[in-house]
Design a binder for this molecule. Structure first.
Ligand SMILES: Cc1ncc(C[n+]2csc(CCOP(=O)(O)OP(=O)(O)O)c2C)c(N)n1
Ligand SMILES: [Mg+2]
Length: 694
């Protein structure tokens, strides 16, 4: 007979360490198994992520989309194993795109075993729409921190609009982790500057100061005094000298929570690959598996069973359940009760929030949208857009936005009575001023949208290039953001080639899931917005003219509602039987119409197709597409003041594209149109040549 030794129960500190080492070893094992990924930073930052998640953050794993949860953004997205580990260990539940809880975990141990493999919920970088509990897609460095500024603006906006005395419906905070790369990228600087300007004291960035990037020690590239930079912006700057000291990390996070009037930046001194005898503090720990032997040695250092793989020791799930699980569940239950009382006291506001959270539109969202009468002089795309934006902002409480310092030119300023600037002292304003920061503007727009507001950002179309990486992420995240780009072609003639977009349309059309629209007249602008507003999972870009465009007579020509199909027959040949098709978008549609009238008068059976959006058109049935562009009609001319790139798909081998093959030039618009061939006569000429009727 023998007696059973009863083990001494683990202390809280030992359990903390066990959880931290579980995150570390899961990360090492997953990268080793995948033979690809980034082990070093998860090993170093496990104590940080543990502290944020299990001690500080208000997050309920049972309901990862609870509106008042704290947000966690991993801007150094290559360290995704931190997120997969913690989502798994907290048993965060999966939710679908319809916001239903699915009754199974978001990330299983099996997903982690299949890290970076097809179908795994633990992909290479955090992906918002793929894995529940991920608040933002990250990986392109700097995007996460910039997006988190949008989340912080959104929280303040929501609090300003919806909180009432005794009802702090929105008081959440945003925790963002970033590395050297995020702070080297310009987009991070833009966003940091604006965050301090707006006094975003609900925002905390923790900087993994490990002095390592891919090419080695940061002494070769990054020797600035980061602390002084952030002090200069106006941030509250704290330092924690040891990334393993969870108490000091926790204390710093508490200082953040108590700091009013400015965002907090915590510099955390860490050692990449912490615990690995040969890779610690080296660039090799960044992006390569440690190797089987090194994994074993590192596990020995952690006091871990050396041959165990994907081990979650007894007590770890429980410790997370007792930490974030209990605290989060209580916080959510308290909030749910609070919100029930709020609903009784403020039923209209509560109903608004229900709709906003589900990305629905309020009843009457499109009332008073303008209808423009036929007018040869017409109105500029940007002016029509300005009128529409002002209507939408009044009809939809959570519709807001602004420009990167070009509001007066973009016509995006909200001018109705009661429209207010969004500033530190007026966080509920709807007129945003991004400053000359296009890239972070787009990332912030993403952050606002991730917070369920309906935001737009604006600049000149040419500077969409400065915003493109974040627009691309908008599409990857399937966010219904809106980008209003004016001066869409050569309309700003004298500004010259630096300001004249050429390849931007083609490049945006190439982004999967992004809806690009270039309306032809004021009524097409209205219809474009009507279409865009109803999108729930796609971002949209509007390319709008600077100069007036004639407002087409919609009795003579087809109604502008055709915009909703991407392309439509605007003017047709007698009996709908064309021998020639003229296809155009935006400002060139009127050219095509003029040419069409001439051709008709000369007995040529032409048809004009207004094609504001390739993307929308390509989602129509083949039957519809063939009815607009009958395959038998091979004589086709496309006209667009932009790169000809890609138009072959609509004009075919035998068609002609009148477009741009070079950059533009500085001259009055009329001269440019002559020089580059955007005149009705040239379209007529090209058409006749195609038909052999010269
Ligand atoms: C915009 C962008 N450029 C380049 C990369 C490729 N990249 C991924 S991680 C990395 C180094 C990042 O260094 P740091 O942020 O210090 O991360 P650490 O190695 O310390 O985890 C680079 C260059 C990227 N992901 N995004
Ligand atoms: Mg680094």
């Amino acid at each position: 007979m023998s007696t059973t030794q009863v083990a001494r129960p683990m202390t809280g500190t030992q359990l903390d360490q066990l959880c931290i080492n579980t995150i570390r070893t899961l990360s090492m094992d997953a990268v080793q198994q995948a033979n690809s990924g980034h082990p070093g930073t998860p090993m170093a930052l496990a104590p940080l992520v543990y502290t944020i998640w299990n001690r500080v953050m208000r997050f309920d794993p049972q309901d990862p989309i609870w509106p008042n949860r704290d947000r966690f953004v991993l801007s150094n997205g290559h360290a995704s194993m931190l997120l997969w580990s913690v989502l798994h260990l907290t048993k965060t539940q999966a939710v679908n795109a319809e916001y239903e809880t699915l009754g199974h975990p978001s990330v299983t141990l099996d997903d982690i075993r299949h890290f970076r493999q097809l179908g795994s919920k633990a992909p290479g970088h955090p992906e918002y729409h793929l894995t529940s509990g991920v608040e933002a897609t990250t990986g392109p460095l700097g995007q996460g921190i910039a997006t988190s500024v949008g989340m912080a603006i959104a929280q303040k906006w929501l609090a300003a609009r919806y909180n009432r005395p005794g009802f702090a419906v929105f008081d959440y905070q945003i925790y963002t982790v970033c590395g050297d790369g995020c702070l080297m990228e310009g987009v991070g600087s833009e966003a940091a500057s604006l965050a301090a300007h707006l006094n975003l004291d609900n925002l905390c960035w923790v900087y993994d100061n490990n002095h390592i990037t891919i090419e080695g020690n940061t002494r070769i590239t990054f020797t600035e005094d980061v602390a002084t930079r952030f002090l200069g912006y106006g941030w509250n700057v704290l330092r924690v000298g040891d990334a393993n000291d969870t108490d000091r990390i926790q204390h710093a996070l508490e200082v953040f929570r108590q700091t009013k009037g400015r965002p907090t930046f915590i510099i955390l001194d860490s050692h990449i690959g912490y615990g690995s005898p040969h890779k610690h503090d080296t660039a090799e720990a960044h992006g390569e598996p440690l190797g089987d032997e090194e994994v074993r040695l590192t596990k020995r250092f952690y006091g871990w069973p050396e041959d165990a793989k994907f081990l979650v020791p007894d007590g770890v799930y429980e410790h997370f359940a007792e930490g974030v699980g209990q605290a989060g569940s209580k916080a959510r239950r308290d909030w749910t009760n609070l919100f029930a009382a709020y609903r009784t006291s403020y039923p209209a506001l509560a109903a608004e929030l229900d709709q906003m959270e589900r990305r629905e539109l309020p009843a009457g969202w499109d009332r008073n949208l303008p209808v423009f009468p036929a007018d040869a002089k017409g109105i500029a795309g940007r002016d029509a857009s300005g009128k529409v934006l002002n209507v939408l902002a009044q009809n939809i409480p959570w519709f807001l936005g602004g420009s990167a310092d070009l509001g007066p030119s973009n016509r995006t300023l909200l001018t109705y009575k009661g429209a207010e600037d969004l500033q530190a002292e007026s966080p509920g304003g709807k007129i945003l001023h991004f400053g000359i920061r296009e890239h972070s503007m787009a990332a912030i727009v993403n952050g606002l949208s991730l917070s369920k507001l309906r935001p737009f950002g604006a600049t000149f179309f040419i500077f969409s290039d400065y915003a493109r990486p974040s627009i691309r992420l908008s599409a990857i995240m399937e966010l219904p953001t809106i980008f209003v780009f004016t001066h869409d072609a050569m309309g700003d003639g004298e500004d010259g080639p630096t300001h004249q977009p050429v390849e931007q349309l083609a490049s945006l059309r190439a982004i999967p899931g992004l809806v690009t629209l270039r309306p032809a007249d004021a009524n097409e602008v209205v219809e474009a917005y009507r279409y865009i507003l109803q999108l729930r999972h796609e971002p949209a870009v509007l390319a709008l003219s600077r100069q007036p465009l004639p407002t087409l007579d919609r009795i003579k020509y087809a109604p502008a509602s055709g915009v909703a199909r991407g392309a439509y027959v605007l003017a047709d040949a007698p009996n709908g039987n064309p021998e020639l098709i003229l296809i155009a978008s935006g400002s060139e549609v009127i050219l095509a119409v003029d040419a069409h009238e001439t051709l008709l008068a000369e007995g040529i059976r032409s048809r004009v197709v207004s094609m504001p959006s390739w993307d929308i058109f390509e989602h129509q049935t083949k039957e519809y597409r063939d009815s607009v562009l009958p395959p038998t009609v091979k004589a086709r001319v496309a006209v667009e003041e932009a790169s000809t790139f890609g138009w072959e798909r609509y004009v075919g081998d035998s068609g002609v594209v009148i477009g741009m093959k070079t950059f533009g030039a500085s001259a009055p618009l009329k001269e440019l149109q002559r020089k580059f061939g955007f005149e009705p006569d040239r379209v007529v000429e090209a058409a006749k040549e195609l038909l052999g009727r010269r």
